[in-house]
Ligand binder design. Structure first.
Ligand code: COA
Length: 322
């Protein structure tokens, strides 16, 4: 059998830290409210001249270095992002040149916060099918560029960052299974009201701003993530206690805890970065994975459950033997 395996991880966070105390100065909120309702203490904000491509480049270089692969070996580049540098060319194409890759396929994938899990799933299919040997999968976002800094219900939640993995073909898994889903009926609960084809009169409509009915998103997220972890375990004939680590999307500590409870996992088995990163959308899972690997917590051979949920709604999971 042919599988894909993660052979290197990398991540990058912009230098500027934005604390809850600083947000108290901008909107009617408190550090206590943000910590109690979300678990977030601080988040990173990209410098004015830093773009998604810059963040992705750093994360990708670190992942390739960790994997010990030369850029010329990468035969597919997938970049999960909702905040591309330009409408087109894709950020993946800009990044391909920056990294000095060959003329491999390169594309952006927009599945909001599930972008990395979706990318992992696509990459896994390419490798299993024998179409690719080594794939670079990245999640990178500058979501703070789309925030309404006067809207306390959204501006406290998000941050910027990037995470990346290199996948390679192997005889053993690796990625044991991936599962992706979407339901467009919920498109009004989380998204933006401005786009290219609907007319880009950004100034008239208050710019490209994230809009969210947080409370309703919360309920669907908890339910949906509960279902996707069941689906993933069942597909692999595994029980909850077979898992070593949960590496969840980092949107809200209460959502993360609900999924951990559902899996009977102690919080010691859950990688949490939301306190320091906020919600970095497609970057959140690979950022958390890289931190877990580099800190020595996640070790080779362990079973990891990666999951994400985001605008669309989209959601997905991957069961990985690291
Ligand atoms: N500071 C202080 N008060 C705030 C606030 C802030 N930053 N943001 C909202 N509030 C207020 C609301 O105005 C509301 O006040 P009211 O009761 O007087 O009307 C109150 O807090 C409760 O608001 P609510 O939205 O019900 O809070 P909540 O417990 O659901 O927490 C979120 C809000 C956004 C933190 C939470 O719903 C959430 O995390 N949702 C999911 C987000 C998510 O996962 N999004 C991305 C998916 S990828």
């Amino acid at each position: 059998m042919r599988y894909s395996r993660i052979i290197g991880t990398g991540s990058y966070l912009p230098e500027t830290v934005l604390t809850n105390a600083e947000l108290e100065q901008r909107v009617d909120t408190t550090d206590q409210w943000i910590r109690e309702r979300t678990g977030i203490r601080e988040r990173r904000v990209a410098a004015p001249d830093q773009t998604t491509c810059d963040l992705a480049e750093m994360a990708a270089r670190r992942a390739m270095e960790a994997a010990g692969v030369d850029p010329s070996e990468i035969d597919l580049l997938i970049l999960g992002t909702t905040t591309p540098d330009l409408v087109f060319p894709s950020t993946a194409c800009l990044l391909q040149t920056r990294l000095g890759l060959g003329e491999c396929g390169a594309f952006d994938l927009n599945a909001a916060c599930s972008g990395f899990i979706y990318g992992l799933s696509v990459a896994d299919q390419f490798i299993r099918a024998g179409t690719a040997e080594k794939v670079l999968v990245i999640g990178a976002e500058t979501l703070t560029r789309m925030l309404d800094w006067n809207d306390r219900s959204t501006c406290v939640l998000f941050g910027d960052g990037a995470g990346a993995v290199v996948l390679a073909a192997d005889e053993k898994p690796g990625i044991m299974s991936t599962h992706i889903h979407a339901n467009g009926h919920y498109s009004d609960l989380l998204g933006t009201s401005v786009g290219v084809s609907r007319g880009f009169k950004a100034e008239e409509r208050g710019g490209v701003r994230v809009k969210m009915k947080g409370n309703e998103v919360f309920k669907v997220a908890v339910n949906t993530l509960g279902r996707i972890v069941d689906e993933t375990l069942a597909a692999n004939n595994l029980e909850k206690h077979d898992l070593d680590w949960l590496i969840p999307h980092q949107a809200n500590l209460r959502i993360i805890k609900a999924t951990a409870r559902k899996l009977d996992m102690s919080m010691d088995q859950v990688i949490v970065t939301v306190d320091q990163h906020g919600n970095t959308s497609a970057a959140s899972v690979p950022l958390a994975l890289d931190e877990a690997v580099r800190s020595g917590r996640v070790k080779r051979g362990e079973k990891l459950l990666l999951e994400a949920f985001g605008g669309g709604f989209t959601w997905g999971a991957a069961l990985v033997r690291y």
